[in-house]
Design a protein. Structure first.
Length: 384
């Protein structure tokens, strides 16, 4: 193979180099109209190298004569004592993104991305959009033709209706539904922000639902025991539970038996901020049970910053040590500062870190063991 083990650059090696330059720059070239120059040396053989491998050298020169690039291959004359005057390819100088793409076997890709960049910039001319197209060029090029046309239509509609408040299902663009927006939302948001300056698409968001179980029939609305309701609907309930359990594990929420004066909510991790918008939870006696790990204590810290009266259960050293055989390593520990933890909770967190950032997931704790302590904590809350 010409160039294999030799310093001179073969046609295929040059294609690889050109393809690498294309991949790094096609987004920029697409927004500036295809202006590009790719120029690099081909390192022709010396007289000594040509003598040592004459057949290879001849084949290499022939390959560049037959490549069909015309003036893009820059030739020079070598005057060698033993071989006489020889024309050899010295450099490859490709002018224009189209020529680079054709040589790099990216011609169809270039036609697609250049046409799409042109269409976007014609529809929404702005420097900000040009920058967004440049940064998103790979994603834009990956779309099939139908999805790119939908992208244009969605951007046009959103530009004309920047604060519509419609749900995705209501968008009047053929072929655009929740699945389409979910798959392409990042690209749509980036391009829309560059066109309008708005961070949000202005669409309505489905209500956030909270899973709740009313453990005391006297508290349940209309006799319902297990519901998922919006924060606004829960906030409107005129109830005053003595105990508000907040669990991170949904199975634990579902497994809770009747408890006088109690309600249990699914915390949903860092979404516990919504407790602040439910008065009877925010101002009630909250018993929080999360995973025994750094994120569990980070969430507890947030709950305590929002709610008036918060205690914990099963997040102590006794529980941690009782289930030592079920510890696992926490993949990405939280490293924040938790200013709302009590001294005993800080001690547990320190123990977790000292042991190598271990964790004990809530669902690993035996239910009988857990339930005994949950019911005891409710009794304390009821008599406190």
């Amino acid at each position: 193979m010409p160039g294999a083990g030799r310093p001179w650059v073969s046609v295929e090696q040059a294609r690889t180099t050109a393809a690498g330059k294309y991949e790094r720059a096609f987004g920029e070239w697409a927004v500036v109209g295809g202006g590009a120059v790719v120029d690099f040396p081909l390192h022709p053989p010396t007289e000594q190298a040509a003598l040592a491998g004459q057949e290879e050298a001849i084949a290499w020169v022939r390959s560049w004569r037959e490549v069909g690039l015309g003036d893009a291959v820059v030739w020079g004359t070598r005057r060698w004592a033993s071989l006489g005057a020889q024309q050899v390819p010295e450099r490859l100088r490709l002018n224009g993104a189209g020529e680079v793409a054709r040589f790099a076997r990216k011609a169809q890709h270039w036609l697609r991305i250049s046409a799409r960049a042109e269409a976007l910039l014609a529809a929404f001319p702005s420097d900000a959009l040009a920058d967004a197209v440049r940064r998103s060029a790979r994603r834009i090029a990956e779309l099939d033709d139908a999805d790119f046309n939908r992208l244009l239509q969605v951007l046009r509609w959103l530009e004309e209706n920047p604060q519509s408040g419609l749900y995705i299902r209501q968008l009047p663009v053929r072929g655009v539904d929740t699945k389409w927006v979910s798959a392409h939302r990042g690209l749509v948001e980036k391009l829309f922000a560059s066109v309008t300056g708005h961070d949000s698409l202005g669409l309505g968001a489905p209500p956030v639902l909270v899973r709740v179980r009313f453990l005391d029939p006297a508290l349940s609305p209309g006799g319902l025991v297990d519901i998922s309701a919006s924060v606004e609907e829960l906030a409107a309930l005129q109830i005053r539970p003595r105990t508000v359990f907040v669990f991170e594990n949904l199975e634990s929420v579902i497994a809770m038996p009747p408890v006088p004066g109690a309600v249990v909510l699914h915390g949903s991790g860092y979404a516990v901020d919504r407790l602040d918008r439910i008065p009877w939870a925010r101002d009630g006696r909250v018993i929080y049970w999360g995973d025994l790990d750094s994120h569990g204590f980070a969430i507890l810290n947030r709950v305590r910053s929002l709610c008036t009266d918060v205690s914990t259960v099963l997040m102590d050293l006794e529980t941690l040590k009782a289930y030592r055989d079920l510890w696992v390593e926490e993949p990405v520990p939280s490293t924040g500062v938790f200013s709302h933890l009590l001294p005993a909770e800080e001690q547990v967190l320190e123990e977790l870190r000292k042991r190598g950032n271990v964790r004990l997931e809530q669902e690993r704790i035996e239910w009988r063991y857990a339930l005994e302590r949950l019911l005891a904590s409710a009794e304390i809350a009821a008599t406190g």
